[in-house]
Ligand binder design. Sequence first.
Ligand code: KG4
Ligand code: ZN
Length: 332
Amino acid sequence: MITLGIETSCDETAIALFDSDKGLIGEAVFSQTDIHAEYGGVIPELASRDHCQKIIYIFRQALGDISLSSIDQIAYTAGPGLLGTLLIGENFAQGLSLSLKKPLIPVNHLEGHLVAPFLGGDKLDFPFLTLLVSGGHSLIVDVRNLDDYKILGQSRDDAVGEAFDKVAKLLGLGYPGGPEIEKMSYKGDPKKFTFPQPMLNSNDYDFSFSGLKTAVLYAVQDLDKMTDQIKADICASFQHAATEVLTKKISKALEDTGREGIILAGGVAANKLLREKMSNMQESLKIKVLYPPIAHCTDNAAMIAYLGSLKAKEATYKLNSHARPRWPLETK
Ligand code: KG4
Ligand code: ZN
């Protein structure tokens, strides 16, 4: 069975084809980061316009020489995300459904991130914990089964990816900020600045990143002058503080739940220091840690096509809109 996946929830126009026997057989992604870079964040209207222009080309590129008639069903991201961009993916999916006479499966983008590590054939037995860290979310999720999720903890303010992006912006680095901060960190000393690790000792699994971001702002304001070396030291110290909180909270959740596996998902899962800390945990706690390849950590349609293949029973020919800017993971 071949599932076409469509992802347009934010600033990536992505299409992929997943074959239940052969795995991923086609994939194309266009990232709009250059369009939004000068604004230091995603501009929804510009994002929608660009999805409109690119989606047909990305579709053709993903399809390659696979025939249209071999597509069995169409899965698309229905939320959470920007309403305007979600509607473009949904309309494209509905048009294809009508013309090809194939059913549709609207799926949750966050659930896509949760299953992304399995795309390459890696296995992890249920139940396990997922640390889902992106530009819009910082969640610790207890994954008991497909469709059976419990959010154990989440950020009370900024998502961790958002904090990376905002800190990068105040240091005058490029967008998205995560990879820029990571690059600068290699030249910096993580001990030069002592930034707070918010909520580290709170007796729950929640995060807060806005205080950490403000501490960086104050440190910058206190400087007599900024140099490249100081910038690198700030990046390394910020990255150290952010990844420490993530690692310690997930390790507390592991200890309390007795789960034996973790999945690291979402754009921030591309961060090498975070991966290194999770790998160390794998050895010290004798647990299994899975991470998707970097291309499938950030937004992509492969995870949407794969999730659609797991939800084939939900496919319908109904053309009503399912686009939802907010769609908490625990709700249907
Ligand atoms: O999952 P994603 O592509 O989109 C959302 O659904 O948000 O995540 C994007 C976020 C951005 O905030 C970006 O700065 C962050 O992931 N990110 C990183 C890295 N690569 C991307 N953060 C830290 N280190 C990285 N290497
Ligand atoms: Zn995402």
